[in-house]
Design a protein around this ligand. Structure first.
Ligand code: SAM
Length: 221
């Protein structure tokens, strides 16, 4: 779903190397590694930072926000356990990079960004890349998208005090929600699962640090 012409040949090798480093670091899902090796991250970072696009680092994207480090995107994507047919909700579009990765792993991606400038920029970038199965909405993602629910998987890409209840409510039976929750600037990456019975379980995937999830069911601005 990524248009070939926009993938400059010069970036192919660094991107492939990035995927190899992620595999060495423990990412196992072959579809995730293939997505990391094919989505042109350099198209989604500010032009002045393109030379750093395939380093494993978060980079500033304006409005005080960041594009997450590739390893973080890979780990979260892998934790969602996608097989290809799912509808996924992403909270925190940012640059659109994680949405672009998810577009290759699932059937449909609905992404919400609370900052209108970032939402518009990500929408343009994803269009430019020819990615047609991602819809970007502007708004408070802590409320989810009742109109598009239930979701087979939900990725929350900003750190909130606790998992927003509306997101758990919009998780389909068998669904997974992955996101960073805890104190400001110091969270744990948590994976919630809704069993077919409706029961919710949670696993701790380790410590992490994300920008704030701001909204009705997040931190206040
Ligand atoms: N997934 C992004 C990417 O690949 O570039 C990384 C996003 S950045 C770490 C987190 C994003 O979440 C920021 O763009 C921020 O504005 C957004 N955000 C924070 N609170 C939000 C909310 N309540 N609803 C939607 N987006 C939110």
């Amino acid at each position: 779903m990524v248009r070939g012409a926009t993938q400059g040949a010069a970036w192919r090798l660094p991107r492939r190397r990035l995927a190899e480093r992620l595999a060495e670091a423990g990412v196992k899902d072959a579809r995730v590694l293939e997505a990391m090796a094919s989505v042109p991250r350099h198209e989604l970072v500010p032009e002045a930072l393109r030379s750093r696009a395939y380093q494993d680092a978060a980079l500033p994207i304006g409005d005080g926000q960041t594009i997450s480090a590739p390893s973080r995107v890979a780990i979260m994507s892998e934790a969602l356990e996608l097989e290809g047919s799912e509808t996924v909700l992403e909270v925190g579009t940012g640059s659109g990079y994680q949405a672009a990765i998810l577009s290759r792993l699932a059937s449909r991606v609905i992404s919400i960004e609370r900052l209108p400038g970032l939402a518009a920029r990500a929408r343009r970038a994803l269009d430019r890349l020819g990615i047609s199965n991602v819809v970007v909405h502007f708004g408070d993602g802590t409320a989810g998208r009742p109109a598009d629910a239930p979701f087979d998987a939900i990725a929350v890409t900003a750190g909130g005090p606790a998992v927003p209840q509306p997101l758990l409510d919009q998780l389909a039976p068998g669904g997974r929600l992955v996101g960073p929750f805890g104190e400001r600037g110091r969270q744990d990456l948590l994976r919630y699962r809704r069993a077919a019975s409706g029961a919710i379980t949670v696993e701790d995937l380790g410590p992490c640090r994300f920008v704030d999830l701001i909204g009705e069911h997040g931190f206040s601005a």
